[in-house]
Design a protein around this ligand. Structure first.
Ligand SMILES: CC(C)(COP(=O)(O)OP(=O)(O)OC[C@H]1O[C@@H](n2cnc3c(N)ncnc32)[C@H](O)[C@@H]1OP(=O)(O)O)[C@@H](O)C(=O)NCCC(=O)NCCS
Length: 147
């Protein structure tokens, strides 16, 4: 993690983020229409946008990002924080970048007084789960999605 800065995503990050976003979609074999990617970027650039982004920058290059959002909850007076997307460039993995991104989301959730910080991953995503197991507990929730 030497020389890695974690900071808010900014307009200048667009070219690097687009590369990482494309790699992330490829990782998930997801083909998103370009207007969705453009809309996500536009929200990220809003001052009080509903989706928030942070990046990890190493020697002027963005090597990872986390996108998260706060939403109200029927179970708490405070919002919850959902970590929706997390990605680190292949050649920057294993050095604590994702851990630092998640810890930064935790910090921001604390500032927002969020009741929970949660996210999901595939059961078989072993590298991600090895990291998550050191930072969070696995819940018994099962996700359902409309047919
Ligand atoms: C999952 C991912 C974000 C991890 O990023 P990373 O920067 O390599 O993670 P870190 O270096 O912070 O991980 C630290 C810990 O995670 C575990 N870990 C990370 N990569 C691992 C791997 N390939 N094999 C085994 N353990 C791994 C280790 O326990 C490591 O602990 P250590 O610091 O004591 O060695 C990255 O592999 C990635 O972007 N994968 C593709 C997209 C993805 O799966 N995103 C998450 C979707 S939910």
């Amino acid at each position: 993690m030497t020389n890695t800065i974690i900071r808010d995503i900014a307009a200048k990050d667009h070219p690097h983020w687009m590369i990482l976003w494309a790699e992330y979609l490829r990782f998930y074999r997801e083909k998103l229409p370009v207007e969705i990617t453009d809309a996500t970027w536009a929200v990220l650039m809003e001052t009080d946008g509903a989706i928030k982004g942070i990046v990890a920058e190493k020697s002027g290059i963005v090597v990872g990002f986390a996108l998260y959002l706060f939403h109200p909850s029927t179970g708490s007076l405070h919002c919850n924080c959902y970590l929706e997307d997390l990605y680190v460039a292949e050649n920057s993995r294993g050095g604590g970048v994702a851990r630092a991104l998640i810890l930064e989301v935790y910090k921001r959730a604390d500032i927002a007084k969020a009741g929970r910080v949660y996210w999901q991953t595939q059961q078989y995503n072993a590298p991600a789960r090895a990291l998550y197991d050191t930072l969070a507990k696995v819940t018994s929730n099962v996700q359902y999605e409309r047919y």
